[in-house]
Design a binder for this molecule. Sequence first.
Ligand SMILES: CC(=O)SCCNC(=O)CCNC(=O)[C@H](O)C(C)(C)COP(=O)(O)OP(=O)(O)OC[C@H]1O[C@@H](n2cnc3c(N)ncnc32)[C@H](O)[C@@H]1OP(=O)(O)O
Ligand SMILES: O=C(O)CCC(=O)C(=O)O
Length: 403
Amino acid sequence: MNAMRTVVIDDTTLRDGEQSAGVAFSLEEKIDIATRLAKLGVPELEVGIPAMGAEERESIRILASLKLPARLLVWARMKSEDIQQCAGLGVPMADLSVPASDQQIQRKLGKDRRWVLANIRRCVAQARDLGLQVGVGFEDASRADPDFLLQAAQTAQAAGARRIRYADTVGIMEPFGVHAAISRLRDGLDVEIEMHAHDDLGLATANTLAAALAGATHLNTTVNGLGERAGNAALEEVVLGLRQLYRIETGVDLKKFPALSALVENASGEPLGWRKSLVGKRVFSHEAGIHVDGLLKDPANYQGVDPAAVGRRHTLVLGKHSGRQGVIQAYAQLGIALEKRQADRLLAEVRQFAVRERRSPDDRELADLYRTLPQHSSSPAQAETVLGERPQEVASHRLAVAA
Ligand SMILES: CC(=O)SCCNC(=O)CCNC(=O)[C@H](O)C(C)(C)COP(=O)(O)OP(=O)(O)OC[C@H]1O[C@@H](n2cnc3c(N)ncnc32)[C@H](O)[C@@H]1OP(=O)(O)O
Ligand SMILES: O=C(O)CCC(=O)C(=O)O
């Protein structure tokens, strides 16, 4: 395993995240998102595209005026007018983006490789003259000729860029290919190298981790993986994956992440999938009897990720796949100690309920089921009394397990 090392997270929720079709953050949301990201310890934030217009530039200026403990970057095309607009915003660094693949150089820009190299020299110099630190973003790097990509990156370095960005713009890479591509750049360059991954094949996080292992110094992420099409590498997955799998530290503390995740989810206008890793509503919920029994004996039996690392906890859910121990635990939370025979009977009831209603019974419904047991049919007050003593649990039967 690697010795402890660090990489820098450059979160682009406010740039590529907002590029998700249909997403437009308000200024208040941008301020809230940036402030929370900085509070978690995210050291770099890409906060917008000055060329989009006066309103965008004003919001960038306001974000810069907050003097957050994070370095801010803006994104620009490699065009003189766009670069000019990056100046005077209070943002120290710009990512100047240029396509690296022949596909985009020829079929998008109508240019050739020589033009790209000349443009890099000219535009990096222009940005530096404006007092900006410069990163050169190689759009579509993953489809570029690797020899040309290295030549272009060396041109950027020679022109005074401090960083190059390897963008898998259309999300076609896999981790072994990323490792080889970043290793090649690492061997041929002395500048910072940043990975920018997209999740079209569900590999954005894997590709980002592979880039870190190959020597990338900076990683682009977004909260919840928001971003163009299938999104970018999720901040939470990258931070936890680096730490847990490779002992690579980012300085980002995810214990307060749920509030930021919810903020970005709401601001994006689209609910997160309930199975989305680390942040989905149900990713720490357990119903299957064998899992619940195992968790109750020792959470480590069924825990790959400690939910506390992302500010969450396990919940136990009753349903079609429950077993006796889950039922006993659920009723114990209501203050009702079940005998084995009662638990078995209630398990059958719970299963029928779940199949019929397509959901779990809530606390009141559990109490109702309990009252149908023969020996309790004459004394329903017991369950009511218990529920009355535990009002906070009436709304839900989902139970926390000590992690
Ligand atoms: C992969 C990425 O995520 S790149 C970032 C993409 N983000 C965005 O596009 C969001 C913000 N974009 C915008 O607000 C607008 O597209 C603007 C302000 C940048 C440009 O708007 P417009 O001038 O109206 O151009 P439009 O968006 O229609 O077309 C893009 C133009 O940029 C050119 N272009 C694209 N990438 C680059 C580049 N890296 N360097 C130089 N020119 C570029 C295109 O060739 C096209 O120019 P053309 O019309 O002369 O062929
Ligand atoms: O060129 C860059 O800086 C990266 C642009 C981007 O968002 C992408 O290619 O997906």
